[in-house]
Ligand binder design. Sequence first.
Ligand code: O2Y
Ligand code: MN
Length: 597
Amino acid sequence: MASTLEALERWVNEVAALTRPAKVHWCDGSEAEYQALLRQMLADGTLIELNQETHPGCYLHRSNPSDVARVEHLTLVCHPNEEDAGPNNHWMAPTEAHAKMDALFDGCMEGRTLYVIPYCMGPIDSPLSRCGVEITDSPYVVANMRIMTRMGKAAQERIEREGLLSDGVFVKGLHSTGELDPERRWIMHFPAERTIKSYGSGYGGNALLGKKCHALRIASNQARDEGWLAEHMLIVGIENPQGKTHYIAAAFPSACGKTNLAMLIPPEGYRRDGWKVWTVGDDICWMRPGADGRLYAINPEAGFFGVAPGTSDSSNPNALKSISHDTIFTNVAVTADNQPWWEGLPGTPVTDWQGRPYDPANGPAAHPNSRFTVSARQCPTWSSKAEEAQGVPISVIVFGGRRPSLLPLVMEARDWTHGVLMGAAMGSETTAAATGAVGVLRRDSMAMKPFAGYHYGDYFAHWLSFDRPGAKLPKIFHVNWFRKGKDGKFLWPGFGENLRVLEWMIARVDGKARGTETPIGTLPAAGELKLDGLKLDSATLAELLAVDRAGWQAELAAIGQYLDGFAPRLPAALRAEQQRVADALGADAMPRKAATA
Ligand code: O2Y
Ligand code: MN
């Protein structure tokens, strides 16, 4: 018997009977096992060795060119009741979905090895962590899961301990790369059964089931049932010169710079004064009220699966240092001396992400969604608190999007309900010319549109439910790093300079900034944003903090329409909050008085 937990043993046997592998391997997560997998993948061409002098322990994987990203249209949430999936998810009835998937899995591992990967999302001894087991036929998935999760023996022991208390507490994830045929590719979630079935992709979020599938889509359901939050947020600690650290959780849609913010380098003056930044997580945050009423957060992941293009010494030196060794690269280009390369790095590519001689006529050398997988422990700013069982107390929640106009650089919600409205309304204007829809606003509530595993109306109600007697909730803010001037250029420099905005938020939390009240929220009062050392004229600052009343009235009307799309499950309190802000904007005189911190 490979496990002392009957439920686990039974499930593995059932899957093996269906998929008929040549061999079953239970992963122990050891270094020796990892090295053996690397050797095997190097031998069969799944991995390519990179320059071991410049990049020791680094390897390149080229995925099938038709399998390079998450596939939202093939990602389904299969609640027994269709309404529970909501308009924000694709849905299929569980019986139909199981039948479809089991037909695909039938015999799919013949001649291959079935790997059993027990994993823990979060520190192994944390009560906030949750466990799962992924079964896969991909050694590349095993290697990535070892970096991205606490995987192996310790996780299996926790699963077995918890299994004695109640049957089936671990999330079951079944994955096969199949034929990598986009016509035979599905990522199915069964929240009621805490089960995931993924077939036909070997890439990222489709295949590393601990990440988006478990830690967001299934966990958002677990979290609602158990009274916590599973969110698409980075977690960063900001330590002031007095040595006090505030932890910030921030949600931004994909490709808005979460990894950069999580690894921010303070501007020179701040560094001189003694400010420090600590990385706790770059993508996912699980938060739960503690005994003192505050929200405590863990990063359920143990690594980063970051976008390579654009990662450079100027945009994110900490990420670049992290990936200088022991990293798996996927779909990047290669230089003449076999170093990984992508757009934004110095040097010249000779081989593109598909292994062809680089020719600009074929497009970028690295795929735009090419990735690095690296242990978080390799990040120079990795926080020791990220490994602690109780998690970190969250002082501030930030929502943000890519909004070239209207949305100010920063605004603070007046209370929790207003903050939930800010999160529900957030979104980005599209930039990808490929979609043919540049400049279209796509709302992405709490950055969870692709990841909330149930009806957004119920999800908003869950968020609102945290505002209860005894709660000491974080302050909520909305930021917009992407505001543009009339010349089409960004008004705010972004990157490390964003610390100036975070400092103002912390000053608000500590009661050290008064702010200016407006109908849309509290904005920094004159002189409150520290701008020394920054070339930003007063007209630009005024534009960044302007409140265009007519524009906002139209925005509130659009938010109302968007929210109505979640009726009848939309909480009345959220619609009332939208109406309150709309009414405040409609009032004759726009009040602008100093707020109490
Ligand atoms: O395309 C994928 O499979 C990866 S998507 C991804 C990866 C890391 C962190 N976030 C995301 C995302 O889409 O939000
Ligand atoms: Mn993400």
